[in-house]
Design a binder for this molecule. Structure first.
Ligand SMILES: Cc1cc2nc3c(=O)[nH]c(=O)nc-3n(C[C@H](O)[C@H](O)[C@H](O)COP(=O)(O)OP(=O)(O)OC[C@H]3O[C@@H](n4cnc5c(N)ncnc54)[C@H](O)[C@@H]3O)c2cc1C
Length: 392
């Protein structure tokens, strides 16, 4: 039986491994960190039925539906650019008042488009593909300034305030649709920000089936030798493992580093962000999800799943001072780390590689492929598992 070597035990690597093992294909997984989960511990884990169908099916299949917590409109807050905390509804009403007729018309047109197109990792909508190579800035060339400032830019939070000329129009519109979903109360989050349970359960199920998952095992290099591949990894000294198929479930820059012979042509940009871990009590009870505009006085970019949780993580703008007192009655910074929970940024001229590479037997999966959320990682991982099982 052919063996598959999977590099990276984030949700992509683990889902791919899980699907392969279900198909009777043996796998071995390598993870450089001490624990599995990848970016999961830093993720906000907000999801919606429409944007995360594969993730939701996986969660149901694993018996973890109880982790889902609805995120109603009243449980969401918005931290405005002038530092006020507003209920999402108040924020929406205040924004609509400011739009004016021209602005309202433009916004309605934009919404009509994003509400009609299909956002699907496995089946791209041709109307979106058509605008993949133009920048979001260009797409918004007729957008009134007021719409940009009070509607579009706040919805671009999840891009970490990236320059709209650096983003593709397709990617920008995906965020607008996602913002709408959140704003209409269709989203959910995970009990106690416990999305890590998903990767922990996948890890446990794989181990139950006898799968080897090496943690603290950084892959240094992959060598092709005839039809086989040698994975060179560091775990208490240099070790090797021979496999028939390789799945790279790591960020693309890492793929290039450990497997240069693959000649991967891609320039998907990854934005790093400094995160701090805090413990505290939120001054604004009843809210589960609060977002803040880039560059606001409290320097919040996005603050996820905050209220009942003892620990939260949120990305900070390193260049500005931290002002957590606005939000917390008492707070304690428990850890501050230069982590790299990078989010891929899909620009207008980006070369997004296919999941099947030019080298037979080598596959890619992860969130580089479309919008950088959990769904993309799960969907691409499942697709790769299907391709491998068909290859035989
Ligand atoms: C702040 C933040 C908030 C987010 N919020 C949400 C949200 O609300 N909803 C949502 O759907 N998504 C969210 N995301 C996105 C989501 O976290 C990611 O899309 C997803 O976790 C990516 O999973 P992955 O398995 O593809 O990659 P990763 O999680 O990055 O996994 C890759 C793994 O490979 C390992 N690795 C790398 N190099 C090597 C090597 N050489 N050898 C061995 N192992 C290696 C890494 O340690 C890592 O464990 C958020 C992300 C961030 C950063």
């Amino acid at each position: 039986m052919k063996k598959v070597g999977i590099i990276g035990a984030g949700i992509a690597g683990l889902t791919c491994g899980y699907r392969l093992v279900q198909k009777g294909i043996p796998v071995v997984i390598f993870e450089k960190k001490v624990i599995v989960g990848g970016r999961i511990p830093f993720a906000g884990a907000v999801a919606t039925e429409r944007f995360h169908p594969r993730l939701i099916s996986l969660i149901k299949e694993l018996g973890l539906e109880a982790l889902k917590v609805p995120l109603s409109k009243t449980e969401q807050g918005f931290f405005t650019s002038d530092g006020q905390l507003l209920e999402l509804r108040q924020f929406q009403m205040a924004s609509m008042k400011q739009l004016g007729l021209k602005g309202a018309m433009y916004f309605m047109k934009l919404n009509r488009f994003v509400n009609r197109v299909r956002f699907d990792v496995n089946n791209f909508d041709p109307r979106l593909v058509k605008i993949r190579n133009i920048s979001f800035e260009e797409y918004l060339k007729d957008c009134p300034e007021i719409v940009r400032k009070i509607v579009v830019e706040p919805m671009m939070l999840f891009t970490f305030g990236a320059d709209l000329s650096q983003l593709s129009a397709e990617y920008g519109l995906t965020h607008i649709r996602l913002g709408n979903e959140l704003g209409s109360g269709k989203a959910f989050t995970f009990e106690e920000n416990n999305i890590a349970t998903v990767t922990n359960v996948l890890d446990a199920k794989l181990k139950e089936e006898g799968t080897q998952i090496f943690t603290s095992a950084e892959v240094k290099k992959i060598n092709k030798q005839g039809d086989k591949f040698t994975i060179v990894y560091e775990k208490e000294g240099e070790k090797t493992e021979e496999v028939d198929t390789v799945v790279l479930a790591v960020p693309l820059d890492e793929v290039k580093r450990i497997f240069p012979e693959l000649n991967l042509e891609s320039d998907v940009d990854y934005r790093d962000s400094k995160c701090i871990f805090v413990e505290g009590k939120l001054r604004w009870p009843g809210k589960k999800f609060i977002v803040g505009m880039p560059g606001n006085p409290a320097n919040l970019r996005a603050l996820f799943n905050v209220v009942p949780y003892s620990q939260l993580v949120y990305p900070m703008d390193e260049t500005k001072e931290v002002d957590l007192e606005r939000l917390y009655e008492e707070y304690k910074i428990v850890d501050e780390e230069e982590i790299k929970p990078a989010l891929p940024i899909i620009g207008p001229n980006t070369k997004v590689p296919e999941l099947t590479t030019k080298m037979k037997g080598v596959y890619l999966c992860g969130d580089f492929y479309y919008y950088p959320w959990l769904e993309t990682s799960v969907a691409t991982a499942e697709k790769v598992a299907d391709l491998i099982s068909k290859e035989g």
